[in-house]
Write a protein that binds this ligand. Structure first.
Ligand code: HXC
Length: 519
């Protein structure tokens, strides 16, 4: 047997590395580029800190012999895996390579992804999956399906332990969409990212409906209609920047502290203009994000699901450098009413913050749950219940700031004291009551109003009477259901002090396997 020299052996290794790095070859890469898409390696390079990526399993190949697949055994099997850093913090990553067998997922491709999931769990680090795939590798039949199953299982077990992020930069079809759906956040690139269970052709055959792939499962659809996605970017570079930004607010795992950012923004900064943002007239709208911009460090609010269920605003910010999760009613949309989608959006966000130790700050201006047959039939009862459940179960510091209306069940649904709010602050124009003054006075003074000759005049009198007596923060403050009534311009300072005050909170729930959350 000829013994080979070290040069020959090294050359062989370098050749293999080159072959693995070449993906599906020049032609396939050119096709990828024509669609405005990057290669699997380019995407990882954009996502991670420069030079930090360590690739593993680059020589893995499939072992399928069906339909002549044994003649094509590309190194890496259509997915690039490894770890690196984002802003100096370790993350695990996989990036499907559409240029290799359409990025389709077979047994070994799935094993590579599962290895990343297992390592991310063991090391307590976030995992980011970059999805660009034709789905289950048809030649590998049930081995492909089993591979997906193994990924879904790990997605579920990792949920709430490490942050899991899915980036959709190509097709993700059929059951393959369930891995992204099981992860915490889904990012999509406009025009290239597609997710659907059944494609346009199957839909046409089954229901007769005609729809384009983009209309059915594009980034705009999932970010504005279905709520399946959380972020949308105009191109891959912007998308990876968004992922890096999101991670800056999150801890590495459920046992880690949230990262502390440097800021020169004075925590005691008071902005007199705060008095003019929220009108005292309860029927007037405004954009609650204007309040957030004044309160948060450097005016920076990182919004999650900004184009879906716009009547509630969710996202991250910092106060005194510390990350917080924010839920806010949006008076500018449906008057800030809670509906099915808003309840789903907010309750999931609350659970994420709670799982990852982020204090939750709730800005309240809510007239109630949205009335209507459509809402009732869509299950506003069980969806609305999710909010009550998520807040009640959360053990992180919960700070509620009532800006204006807090009526009825929605007062509780937006983290009223009884659900476990540690500190409830209220602005002077807060109205904490069973309902608005108009409705309340018309009901309780109905007889007097109807009996009066000048009934309209009496009605207005009674409304004023009710408003003065009950549409204030002071009735709740008298009972300790509001802890402090504050001036609008004091909000940033008060929040900073509240977060410091509640930082050491320790609360444990009764031991149980898990609750039965309303769905
Ligand atoms: C094997 C696949 C493949 C797949 C694509 N390819 N999808 N190989 N299994 N699922 C191969 C193609 O044969 C082709 O090989 C190469 O990848 C590139 O594909 P193209 O069709 O040329 O690319 P494009 O025109 O861009 O179309 C992309 C596409 C299309 C829309 C994704 O490839 C497609 O419809 N693929 C099938 C999608 C699908 O039905 N997958 C199963 C979904 S169900 P060559 O050699 O020609 O370059 C599913 C179940 C999961 O995933 C269940 C989990 C529980």
């Amino acid at each position: 047997m000829a013994i080979r020299s070290i040069e020959e052996l090294c050359e062989e290794l370098q050749g293999k590395r080159k072959s693995a790095a070449a993906g599906g070859g020049e032609k396939a890469i050119a096709k990828q580029k024509e669609k405005g898409k990057g290669t699997a390696h380019e995407r990882i390079a954009q996502l991670l800190d420069a030079g930090s990526f360590v690739e593993i399993d680059e020589f893995v190949t499939h072992r399928c012999t069906n339909f002549g697949l044994e003649k094509t055994k590309p190194l890496g099997d259509g997915v690039v895996t490894g770890w690196g850093t984002i802003n100096g913090r370790k993350v695990f990553v996989y990036s499907q390579d559409f240029t290799v067998l359409g990025g389709s997922l077979g047994e070994m491709h799935a094993n590579k992804i599962c290895k990343m999931q297992d390592m991310a769990m063991q090391m307590g680090c976030p995992i980011i999956g970059i999805n660009d795939s034709g789905g289950a590798r048809i030649q590998e039949a049930v081995d492909s399906l089993n591979g997906y199953g193994k990924i879904f299982y790990r997605n579920t077990i990792s949920s709430g332990v490490i942050p899991q992020i899915s980036v959709i930069v190509g097709p993700t079809a059929g059951g393959a969409v369930y891995s992204p759906a099981l992860t915490d956040f889904v990012f999509m690139v406009d025009k290239t990212g597609i997710m659907h269970i059944t494609g346009p052709a199957v839909i046409k055959a089954v229901t007769g409906e005609e729809v384009s792939s983009e209309e059915l499962g594009g980034a705009i659809t999932h970010n504005s209609k279905s709520g399946n996605a959380h972020f949308m970017a105009k191109n891959e570079a912007e998308c990876f920047e968004q992922v890096r930004r999101l991670l800056s607010y999150l801890p590495q795992n459920n046992l880690d502290d949230t990262p502390l950012a440097n800021t020169s923004d004075d925590a005691y900064r008071a902005d007199a203009n705060m008095r003019n943002i929220v009108p005292t007239n309860p029927n007037k709208g405004y954009d609650v994000r204007k309040v957030l911009e004044v309160v948060l460090d450097d005016g920076v609010f990182f919004e999650v699901q900004k184009d879906w269920a716009k009547n509630i605003v969710t996202g991250y910010g910092r106060v005194g450098g510390k990350s917080i999760g924010i839920i806010a009613n949006q008076a500018a949309c449906l008057a800030g009413c809670l509906d099915v989608d808003a309840s789903d959006k907010a309750s999931r966000f609350i659970r994420h913050c709670d799982a990852f130790n982020l204090p939750i700050v709730t800005f309240v201006d809510v007239p109630g749950y949205l009335p209507g047959v459509t809402q009732e039939y869509a299950g506003i009862i069980r969806h609305g219940a999710k909010l009550l459940y998520a807040y009640s179960e959360a053990t992180v510091p919960l700070i509620t700031i009532v800006l204006r209306k807090a009526y009825g069940g929605a007062y509780l649904g937006m983290c009223g004291k009884a659900l476990g709010a540690d500190l409830v602050l209220a602005w002077p124009q807060a109205e904490i009551a069973v309902m608005g003054a108009d409705g309340a006075a018309s009901i309780i003074f109905k007889r007097e109003i109807d009996a009066a000759e000048n009934s309209e005049e009496v009605r207005y009198q009674k409304i004023d009477e009710y408003r003065e007596a009950f549409a204030t923060p002071y009735v709740a403050a008298e009972r300790g259901l509001v802890d402090r009534v504050i001036l609008p311009e004091e909000t940033r300072k008060e929040l900073f002090l509240a977060l410091n005050g509640m930082q050491s909170k320790r609360e444990s729930l009764p031991r149980k396997k898990h609750g039965v959350i309303p769905h």
